[in-house]
Design a protein around this ligand. Structure first.
Ligand code: CS2
Length: 489
């Protein structure tokens, strides 16, 4: 079977949606750091829709910060790939042409710095995951003693981190052309724009005060809320896509019909008309970001940890268990929604029901283990803010504490039947050193990790007692029975 490429586009299956533009007619105007599946199904999807409707020099130069895998795969198919959209009503395949080329940072750091510095680039977008920001959890400042940041500060010509690249490139831009730049974080962090700005300013301040001043005046960091469920692509997905489009595609992404992008309207220069193709520009993203992190991502992480312990492989399988569905409904209604402050008239309960429907999409197997990774970075974003509010206001904390206890149990690295698995988390070594502790000692040790929990939480007796209760329930009965006994109303 031929490989998907510009020259095979015309021979694809008739029902495939092709780009309505000639990709090679448009230049790049965006640089994206972190060209994983999420980017290809989200920001690159929106930009593709802009090109479909309006054209323009808005294609994307994608940057892989570590490995050459995505570049090698995509270069072999002229950077084209399929977004395969799977709903319960069937699958729709779209060929996306918005990515112009890919760079692999360690191979050629100058090319990445030059691409961002170039006056042709108006916008930089990022999906570098929570851990890519290198911020201290309690001070909110850049961790200058983080080993990669430390390396970058003395090796600005060939940095390792996304933050190092941004500062090196913006410095070059300031000298080369002085053009404004909009840098958009697309990671699942509350106030992601402000966080990115804090990281960049922290780094720039350590390099040169006049650079920090220039950034204040010429670079903007809008906050965003990004949403689309994108499971990791499997070999079966690739073969389904090949059959559906009649060409081999090693870079395809599988996603759901739903997609949302809310962007703070704080642009330093031109941006694509993403708002004409489904994105929303608003003055204040925070309520939307909080809503998505707390209702979607907190539920996702709860499903991931309890689902993994219960032996459920996918979100769909987990939510199909009535007791788990009851737990998630209870959390959304009684523990998460009450902590939100949404614009008047916004239908939070409609949003929650639509999430249950999205989790129940049987056509999209989303692995609980995929969501379970990096919990040390996700729990503080997704679960703790609502938990703290509920503790302060005397609200229900049953589900939230069960979620935290399940995560604490998950990071011990063994199944309920004793089988060992790898805990994929930047703090896995810390967890390992605590994993032999028992009961209250274990709970206190994990609660004492200040990179995750603020110090007052480990003094909170109500919290400790609840976590301990769930810890013993999970240990004695297992996750399935625990959820059944307490939530199957
Ligand atoms: C998921 C998210 O892997 C995870 O942690 O919770 O990637 C989730 O699918 C997206 O945020 C949905 O927009």
């Amino acid at each position: 079977m031929a490989r998907l490429s510009l020259s095979t586009l015309s021979s694809l299956n008739k029902n495939v949606h092709l780009p309505k533009y000639q990709p090679e007619n448009y230049k790049a105007g965006i640089v994206h750091l972190g060209v994983g599946a999420f980017h290809r199904a989200h920001q690159a999807w929106y930009t593709h829709q802009v090109l479909n409707q309006f054209g323009g020099d808005w294609r994307i130069t994608g940057v892989s910060l570590r490995s050459a895998g995505v570049r090698d795969t995509m270069a072999a198919q002229d950077c084209l790939y399929t977004a395969s959209i799977k709903g319960t009503g069937g699958t729709d395949n779209h060929i996306i042409g918005s990515i112009a080329k890919l760079l692999v940072a360690p191979e050629n750091p100058d090319a990445v710095i030059d691409a961002i510095a170039s006056a042709q680039t108006k916008v930089v977008t990022l999906t570098i995951t929570e851990k890519g920001y290198c911020l201290n959890n309690s001070s909110g400042k850049l961790e200058l003693d983080n080993k990669d940041i430390n390396f970058d500060l003395s090796n600005l010509q060939s940095p390792k981190t996304g933050i190092g690249y941004l500062v090196a490139a913006v410095q070059k831009r300031m000298i080369a052309n002085g053009e404004n730049l909009t840098i958009i974080s697309c990671d699942n962090l509350a106030n992601n724009g402000a966080k990115l700005e804090a990281a960049v300013m922290g780094f720039a301040g350590a390099v040169d005060a006049s650079l920090a001043k220039w950034i204040c005046e010429h670079v903007s960091f809008p906050s965003t809320m990004v949403d689309r469920i994108v499971p990791a692509t499997t070999a079966d997905d690739k073969s389904d896509v090949a059959n559906a489009i009649s060409a081999e595609d090693q870079a395809c992404v599988i996603t759901e019909p739903f997609t949302q992008w809310v962007i703070e309207e704080k642009f330093a220069g031109p941006v694509p008309r993403w708002d004409k193709v489904g994105a929303t520009y608003v003055n204040d993203v925070e309520p939307f970001e909080d809503m998505k992190l707390r209702l979607l991502n907190a539920s996702h992480s709860t499903i991931a940890y309890l689902g993994c312990l219960a032996g459920y492989e996918t979100v769909f399988e987990t939510i199909s268990d009535p007791a788990f569905k009851a737990l998630i409904n209870h959390m959304m209604t009684n523990e998460l929604a009450p902590t939100l402050d949404m614009p008047k008239g916004f239908d939070v309960s409609g949003y929650s029901s639509s999430l249950i429907e999205r989790f129940s999409n049987s056509a999209l197997p989303h692995k609980t283990r995929q969501i379970a990774m990096d919990g040390s970075q996700k729990i503080p974003q997704r679960i703790l803010p609502a938990l703290i509010t509920q503790l302060n206001t005397g609200g229900s904390i049953e589900g939230l504490t069960l979620a935290v206890a399940a995560w604490m149990r998950y990071i011990q690295g063994h199944e309920e039947n004793g089988d060992i698995y790898m805990v994929d988390d930047p703090m896995s070594e810390t967890f390992k050193s605590d994993s032999s502790l028992k009961g209250e000692e274990y709970i206190n040790a994990i609660l004492g990790i200040e990179d995750i929990f603020s110090p007052d939480l480990k003094q909170n007796d109500q919290l400790i007692q609840k976590l301990l209760f769930w810890h013993y329930e999970l240990q004695n009965k297992g996750a399935k029975q625990t959820v059944k006994d307490h939530f199957n109303k």
